[in-house]
Design a binder for this molecule. Structure first.
Ligand SMILES: [Zn+2]
Length: 280
């Protein structure tokens, strides 16, 4: 049994996926990470329309995988839900100090992070996956340069071009495949207890109402992004290219990485958001 009150490493990720298969879900792989690890997607429920929930774009935010894995195991949605619990499997392993076969890359991570791997957010090439989407990418790059970030970094380096990373390319391919039947998308991050629902002044039909329902059910505040975080993100791309309601939910409060002991109290607040999104 996977203990959701503990850190979920790569082995626990796959163990939890197998548990959800035993509980009746289907699991498939959307692609592979830079280090060649398959990225699982859990498919729960059925029907025409669907929702997509994505966790752990950022390495030090691996507790979001705990949330989505437990949700996938427990939920019995009336609609179809696709769950990518840990998009950035490599980055989570870096932050967790659990590199396994990739331990030979430890000097790279140590060097790029100046010894602070615990707060690693990027993938294994030092690209911040949530700055790597084709939504205002040039503005995202300009904001990075203003921060002095021009090369692989533990955080906020968006890569050379949109979808340059296998993880973002895989997720975008999944969204393109589902787009005709996709009702909403929720990406879990930590932390701040906030919900983002717009991109560059765009707000798809029904998105604000859904965000208000999320806020009411969770106690999380509705927010607007500041400059550097305002472009190049996953929800930005979904809103911009498809006009589908897409949300970033900043789970929990404190300092990343949030301790596993926070898991139960976070899950209690975030679970209703996922239930509402899946009920569309
Ligand atoms: Zn994040």
């Amino acid at each position: 049994m996977v203990d959701f009150d503990s850190v979920i490493d790569t082995a626990a990720l796959f163990e939890a996926c197998f548990s959800s298969v035993r509980a009746g879900a289907e699991v498939f792989f959307i692609g592979k990470t830079v280090l060649g690890v398959p990225i699982p997607c859990i498919s729960v429920g059925g029907g025409e329309g669907c929702s997509l929930f994505v966790g752990a774009h950022h390495g030090a935010e691996h507790i979001t995988a705990n949330i989505l894995l437990k949700y996938a195991l427990e939920c019995s949605p009336q609609n179809h839900v696709y769950v990518v619990p840990m998009l950035n499997v490599d980055g989570c392993a870096v932050s967790q100090g659990a590199l396994g076969a990739a331990a030979t890359m430890r000097p790279f991570f140590e060097n790029v992070s100046r010894g602070d791997v615990v707060h690693w957010q990027a993938n294994a090439r030092g690209v911040d996956l949530n700055h790597n989407y084709n939504a205002g990418f040039d503005k995202c790059k300009a904001a990075e340069r203003a921060l002095g970030i021009t090369s692989p970094s533990p955080t906020r380096y968006g890569g050379e071009y949109p979808e340059s990373e296998p993880e973002t390319a895989a997720l975008c391919a999944l969204v393109r495949r589902l787009s005709q039947r996709l009702h909403n998308v929720v990406a879990l991050h930590t932390q701040g207890e906030e919900i983002y629902f717009e991109y560059d002044g765009k707000c798809p039909d029904g998105a604000r109402e859904l965000a208000e329902e999320f806020s009411l059910a969770s106690g999380y505040a509705l927010s607007r992004p500041e400059n550097a975080a305002g472009h190049g993100g996953f929800k930005d791309w979904v809103i911009d290219k498809f006009g589908i309601p897409a949300f970033t939910v900043e789970c929990g409060a404190g300092k990343n990485p949030l301790p596993p002991s926070d898991f139960s109290s976070i899950y209690e607040k975030v679970r209703p958001i996922l239930d509402i999104a899946a009920a569309f």
